[in-house]
Design a protein around this ligand. Structure first.
Ligand code: J2J
Length: 539
């Protein structure tokens, strides 16, 4: 793999032609889209974050300045730039600045730490990192410096806010023509949920991504009067594009950035900004429903609550309308592409009991049994998909690509679903071994590798355990080497490994041996399944 090469995403020519002919791929880049919106309604407010209110015109002006500034640092179109920015207004001038310069954002979450950022930097060949100075008492500037010490190719560290010796975002400027950006080129990279091993990078083109959020906005009925509350971290694919912040801007609406998703913060913003739509993961939806019962805030502007990222139970789904007075929309999507929605005018039964149907008439969905044969409707099977906004490959991952994609380009989602009448899907579970912790996907393998680095750990297996609130929590089974350490010590060790807090195992259980390891080469999947079953039996 050559990390110096810009990422590519290639659909076969006949598919690309069809997607263009049907008008899905419109040939417009992110930068062109913003120029068009700013020309159409320069004074309308596009983004609200804290005390900052940016009109479409302000946003374009700031993004153009930033684009010149980024190029002025010596970055060239096609270069990757890691972006780790929380839910602040400054997210938009930064990423649109990169788009206008033909630079490629690699979206990290605010929760990511040194080990993860260094991995993204190496894998993407990134030359710069953009952070905001602090969030909730955490200082991102020392983190940025540590990552650069580890990966010196990540030369330029840009800070929104107080730069303290790094490059102030506000100092970026310049003028003159900006490069022409081809809409069929890769616009940015998302981080995969990391079903096996380390997170992979997902290259998305301007054409395919803009299609997905433009169509999502239409499905959700967004227009110029729509106000989207970004409560989940904006870097996640769900709040970014389903229809999320970009879909809202494409519709000429207003994005309100919530610094966190707690009812206390979000409800006040819903009232103040007359928010019409927002998206949450299931645990937050439960929290909101509970809090709505005695809130002083007026939530009556809210028309749609989207819930996705993990399975929302029908029992909880049925309570959304009574509790919040709005329509539920279930969203089953993935950063690799395919997104399914229940439609706002679907019957209650569909909204409560399904995870929706695909965005596009050209989303191809296969549901296969273990031997690769299609199953009849209503029977659970492996979901595979390809279409006008589903990637054909990860960035620089030949081995993972061979596993995750069929030779004819279908993406193996790892999800077990069944198809219901009308093409609606019901998620039944998954084949892979990751933990879906409140919507954050955690690779068992990645966590096991870190645990094995502890001197007192002989062997480790990480499994998902059903959790009433989180949906799933992570449990690390550990065979100790000699004296067994305390669980808190294991957790502290994991924190010291430079990982996002959500990857620290929720629970640590010591066992004397892994029964199956004695038998010889038993797959990790089988071992994890056995440990999980044994644990649940003993509950
Ligand atoms: C069950 N499992 C779900 C759901 C995702 C919109 C919404 C979500 C994501 C997302 C996204 C689920 N019920 N409603 O990118 O644009 C699980 C599946 C899926 C994986 C993808 C979007 N919604 N899932 O969650 O890339 O297992 O994207 O394959 O983070 O989340 O995770 P991710």
């Amino acid at each position: 793999a050559d990390e110096s090469q810009p990422p590519r995403q290639t659909w076969p020519e006949d598919f690309a032609r069809r997607y263009r002919e049907k008008g899905y791929w419109a040939g417009e880049s992110f930068g062109d889209m913003l120029r068009r919106l700013a020309e159409a309604h320069p004074d309308r407010i596009a983004v609200v974050g804290g005390e900052t209110r940016l009109s479409y015109g302000d946003l374009l002006a700031q993004a153009e300045r930033a684009a010149h500034g980024f190029l002025g640092l010596g970055l060239a179109p096609g270069d990757r730039v890691i972006v780790q920015i929380p839910n602040i207004a400054g997210f938009f001038p930064a990423v649109f600045g990169l788009f206008l310069a033909g630079l490629i954002p690699v979206y990290a979450l605010p929760a990511h730490r040194q080990t993860e950022l260094a991995h993204f930097a190496r894998r993407s060949g990134a030359k710069a990192l953009v952070v905001a100075d602090r969030l909730d008492g955490f200082d991102y500037r020392p983190l940025a410096r540590m990552v650069r010490d580890e990966v010196p190719e990540l030369r330029h560290l840009v800070v929104i806010g107080q730069a303290e010796g790094l490059i102030p975002f506000d100092s970026l400027q310049g003028s003159g023509p900006l490069p022409r950006v081809d809409a069929s080129s890769v616009a940015f990279m998302q981080i995969s949920g990391g079903t096996t091993g380390l997170s992979k990078l997902i290259p998305r083109t301007h054409d395919d991504y803009i299609y997905s959020f433009r169509e999502s906005a239409a499905i959700c009925g967004l227009d110029e009067g729509s106000v989207y509350l970004c409560a989940l971290p904006a870097a996640h694919n769900f709040p970014m594009s389903s229809p999320g912040v970009f879909g809202t801007l494409a519709a000429g609406g207003r994005v309100v950035m919530s610094p966190n998703p707690t009812p206390a913060t979000a409800f006040a913003l819903i009232e103040r900004e007359r928010v019409t739509i927002t998206g949450l993961v299931p645990p937050l939806a439960l929290l909101w429903m509970q809090a709505a019962a005695n809130t002083p805030h007026d939530l009556s502007s809210l028309k749609i609550l989207q819930v996705g990222g993990a399975k929302f139970t029908p029992e909880a789904a049925a309570r959304v309308k009574p509790a919040l007075g709005c329509t539920l929309q279930q969203v089953f999507g993935m950063a690799e592409g395919l997104v399914n929605y229940t439609r706002p005018d679907d019957p209650e039964d569909i909204i409560v009991n399904t995870q929706g149907r695909p965005i596009s008439g050209d989303d191809e969905v296969l549901i296969l049994d273990d031997s690769g044969q299609p199953v009849p409707d209503g029977t659970p099977g492996h979901l595979l998909t390809r279409g006008p906004y589903t990637i054909r490959a990860y960035h620089n991952e030949p081995a993972a690509n061979a596993r995750s994609f069929t030779p004819d380009g279908f993406y193996r989602t790892g999800d077990i679903v069944k198809r219901l009448p009308g093409g609606y899907l019901s998620v039944q579970g998954r084949a892979g071994d990751h933990i879906n912790r409140a919507g954050e996907k955690i690779s068992a393998e990645e966590i096991e590798d870190h645990l094995l680095a502890h001197p007192a750990v002989f062997d480790a297996a990480v499994v998902s355990i059903p959790d009433a609130f989180l949906g799933e929590r992570s449990c690390a089974f550990i065979v100790p080497k000699g004296e067994k350490p305390k669980p808190v010590e294991i957790k502290a060790f994991m924190r010291g490994r430079g990982l996002a807090e959500f990857k620290v195992p929720d629970q640590v259980v010591f066992v004397t041996e892994f029964a199956t390891t004695a038998v010889g080469k038993v797959s990790r999947n089988t071992l994890r399944a056995e440990l999980r079953a044994r644990y649940l039996e003993e509950e």
